[in-house]
Every structure is written in structure tokens, then in C-alpha cells.
Design a protein around this ligand. Structure first.
Ligand SMILES: Cc1ncc(COP(=O)(O)O)c(C=O)c1O
Length: 336
């Protein structure tokens, strides 16, 4: 059973049917009706003026950096966010920005560190041009950030733009009970991925103010991400939004059950299963790579996201019987 990532999900039969039947046009001319519908739908969901369909979550983040900053600017960000550690240095390569990082070990930010980072510009350091947050916070075990925490952060950063990397924002919405619009309200720009728990084969969306999304369209072109008859992909995204959001709660319940089993199997890790509120089970273990390798010999695939941090992710391809199999394996598991 493959618990490495929710990106392993397969498109549903309804998605495949919608893809085959989708009306399409050349999106380079803004003439793909299905892409236009998906963009309008997400803009409305996020409470923003406009949205842009992009090939990946990384591209959504990279475009956001390019529209919100100039080369040489500082982006304030949590140390363990995807944009820092998992995008192959793209922000430096593509946009020439540098990061100032604050601690986000548990998925939330210490506001005193934020204040300190912002104050640094008075001491001849480059200005913080934008602030990036992530919700859910993948590295912190899929931690869902509450609206109140986003508001507290937004209040600290004044009129600097805030970008929300919401690759799993629908998971955050399900876990917190807040809507995507509420979670995005204080963000200038927001991305979501359709290709993770929502099971679409390809695609993410970036939303924000209308004129900024026009500039984002230019940046997407510069990065080679402009597509043509992309309605074939957008059609799957529409089905994802229509049919796959509510079921994320099932992934969350299964992850919690797994978290409880992992906590019992690895008591020295002091992993609190209550921290697992979405679809990610992740905690530190001194021999994380060996744990992952040995569990894989039982057919249970996971991965490490840092030398000592292991991760198991539930998704639509994992059912209750799979979870009970892992639970059973964990009762018998011991490191050789
Ligand atoms: C928090 C976060 N942001 C962005 C991305 C990038 O998404 P993609 O793989 O579609 O580029 C991921 C991917 O796992 C992610 O976890």
C-alpha cells in the first residue's frame, strides 16, 4: 500500500469521462471555456477577483514570488515550507529572491520572530517584500492553520503581500471547518493543488487580484507553463471541486487511526496522534530511513522528508482494510 504521498491518486472514472467530453479552445488566447470555468470557479471559492490554471503547485508558488517581489528582495517564510526546502532552489533561480526564515516546526509561526525579521530592514538589510505561509503545513504533519492564526500573522506584516501556499487548503478547510474563502481572506494570493487529495491528474490554481493575475499570466508564459487545449485537464479539476472535497474527511479519519498505531509502535518518538488532523502522519525517529525501508518489506510504502522525519499520507487509494493491515503490521514491527 502506497502511503508515500497523496500525489499518487488516480483520476476517477467521472474525471476521465469529463476529460474526454470537455469543450476546449486555445487557452493562449483565453479561449478555452473549460479552463475559464475552472478559473472562475476557484476565484469565487477563494473570494478573489481572478484565478489562473497552472501545471503544478510549484509553478503557482514561483509565479506568486515573481509577481510579488523584485530580484534582491527578501521573502519571509517558515523554515520548513515547501517553497524553501522542496522546490529545488527555484525561488533563487527563477526570481533572484532570498528567504528570511522563521521557525515553523509545529506548522505555525512565532510572531516575535516575525517582528524581529521585519525590523531587520531598519538595520540596512533588504526589505521583506512578501510573506509566504503554507496551509496545511506539510512538514509539520499536515497541520491545519486556523483562520485566527492567519489573521494574527497578517496583522503583524502590515501592508506587505501575503501568499498562501494552499496545496492542501481543502484539507485545511475540512479540518478547521472554515471555508477556503475564510482561510484565504487575508492572503493577497493563494494556490491550491487539484492533483493531490482531490485526485485530478494535473493542475493547480493561483488566485488573487485581477491586475496581478494578468501579470501572473505573463509570468506563467515566461516559465513555459502556458498551455493550449488545457480544458482536457481543467475538466478533471472541475470534477475534483464538485465531488472530491468532502471525502477528504475520510482520509483524515484514516490518517488519525494510523497516527494512533504509529504512536503506540514508536513510543520513544513522543508522537502525539492528536497532532494528526488531516491526511499526513509524520514524526521524527532517529532511524527514520530504516523504519521506512523495513515497513516497505511488508508492502507498506512511506518516505522520509528529512533524515530523521518519516511520513505516511492517506488518500483516495487507501481504504479501511489497508489501514487495518498497516495497524496489524505495526503491532508486530520491530527494527532489526
Ligand atoms: C505544500 C506544498 N506546496 C507545493 C507543492 C508542489 O506541488 P506540485 O507537486 O504540484 O508542484 C507541494 C507538493 O507536494 C506541497 O506539498
Amino acid at each position: 500500500m502506497d502511503l508515500r504521498s497523496d500525489t499518487l491518486t488516480q483520476p476517477t472514472p467521472a474525471m476521465r469521462a469529463a476529460m474526454a467530453a470537455a469543450p476546449v479552445g486555445d487557452d493562449g488566447y483565453g479561449e478555452d471555456p473549460t479552463v475559464n470555468e475552472l478559473e472562475a470557479r476557484f476565484a469565487a471559492l477563494a473570494g478573489k477577483e481572478a484565478a489562473l490554471f497552472v501545471p503544478s503547485g510549484v509553478m503557482g508558488n514561483q509565479i506568486a514570488i515573481r509577481v510579488l517581489t523584485q530580484p534582491g528582495d527578501v521573502v519571509l517564510v517558515g523554515r520548513h515550507q515547501h517553497v524553501v526546502g522542496f522546490e529545488m532552489g527555484a525561488a533563487a533561480r527563477n526570481a533572484g529572491v532570498q528567504f528570511a526564515t522563521v521557525d515553523d516546526q509545529m506548522g505555525e509561526w512565532a510572531l516575535d520572530e516575525v517582528r524581529e525579521a521585519l525590523a531587520a530592514e531598519y538595520d540596512h538589510q533588504p526589505p521583506v517584500a512578501a510573506v509566504f505561509v503554507e496551509n496545511t503545513h506539510m512538514f509539520a504533519g499536515g497541520h491545519p492553520v486556523e483562520v485566527s492564526a492567519v489573521v494574527a500573522l497578517a496583522n503583524e506584516i502590515g501592508d506587505r503581500p501575503l501568499h498562501l501556499d494552499g496545496a492542501r487548503l481543502f484539507n485545511a478547510a475540512i479540518a478547521t471547518g472554515a471555508s477556503v474563502a475564510q482561510l484565504s481572506a487575508r492572503a493577497t494570493t493563494v494556490t491550491v493543488c487539484l492533483s493531490k487529495g482531490l485526485c485530478a491528474p494535473v493542475g493547480s490554481l493561483l488566485a488573487g487580484p485581477g491586475p496581478m493575475m494578468e501579470r501572473a499570466r505573463v509570468e506563467r508564459k515566461r516559465l513555459g507553463g502556458a498551455m493550449r487545449q488545457a480544458g482536457v485537464l481543467a475538466a478533471a479539476g472541475l470534477v475534483a471541486l464538485d465531488t472530491m472535497v468532502e471525502r477528504l474527511a475520510e482520509d483524515h479519519a484514516r490518517a488519525r487511526r494510523l497516527a494512533e498505531c504509529f504512536a503506540v509502535a514508536f513510543p520513544d518518538s513522543n508522537y502525539d496522534p492528536a497532532r494528526c488532523r488531516t491526511n499526513v502522519v509524520s514524526f521524527d525517529h532517529p532511524r527514520a530511513r530504516e523504519v521506512v525501508a523495513q515497513l516497505s518489506t511488508w508492502g507498506v510504502l512511506g518516505q522520509t522528508v528529512a533524515p530523521r522525519r518519516l511520513r505516511y499520507v492517506t488518500h483516495a487509494g487507501v481504504d479501511d482494510a489497508d489501514v487495518e493491515y498497516v495497524a496489524d503490521v505495526l503491532t508486530r514491527f520491530s527494527l532489526s
